[in-house]
Design a protein around this ligand. Sequence first.
Ligand code: ZN
Length: 160
Amino acid sequence: MAIKQDSVVTLHYTLTDDGGDVIDSSASGDPLSYLHGRGNLIPGLERELQGKSAGDKLTVKVAPADGYGVYDQSLIEQIPRRSLKGIANIKVGMQLRAQTPQGPRTVTVTRIVGDMVTLDANHPLAGKNLNFEVEITGVRDATEEELSHGHVHGPGGHSH
Ligand code: ZN
């Protein structure tokens, strides 16, 4: 069965950056299951999986624009530490939920100088090429319930 709109796809993947460092991998756990064609994967990977079948292995290089976005300098903001009141022990590398004009976003503390805290609302993988090694382990049709929920149930998926 070839992967098409609304297939349930099960796969193992390893994601590395251009330096060969592993960013994420399913290798040590259960494979990932997702509902194809619903935007559950980044666009550059989902597009390459279209038409593939169980047993296929593929290498996919995804550019930032088809991944987690191009790095956007305008998403970096400096704010006074006192405006983060209620958050103890602000440290570089912390991730916070912040209200922005675009709605709630996860921001990363990237710098603290004196009383000023630099927050970066780019996705941690924004601006990076993503190198996927993928092995497709299963393809099946989705159930009516999965289609109405827009996600996969059962192993590797949701339970609700
Ligand atoms: Zn559900």
